[in-house]
Write a new protein. Sequence first.
Length: 107
Amino acid sequence: MHGVELHRDEKRRYLGHFRERVIQAVTEKQLRTKDGIEAMKKALKHEAAAELVVRNKVRSTAMPLIVEAQRSGVDFTIVSNTEFIGDIVAAVVARDAVDVPRLMAEE
């Protein structure tokens, strides 16, 4: 017997993760700005930061974040799932829930 996956759309929107575990997320437009890069670098320094997730289509644009993740000891994953929805192209996620009321991508 198989269970029904709850919050499937939420995971598809946040690159395979639940919103409650996302420390910061940006759209492609935001990723191309200084503010977007700085917000993501700050998130990589968050004590709960466990993984940087980047959509394959922006991996070269996200290279400064990948380098920062490696320096910070944070894992990174490049994803390319055709079922993802929304505009988020990069996210810093935690292993457990974090209290982040608003993400840059939600502005």
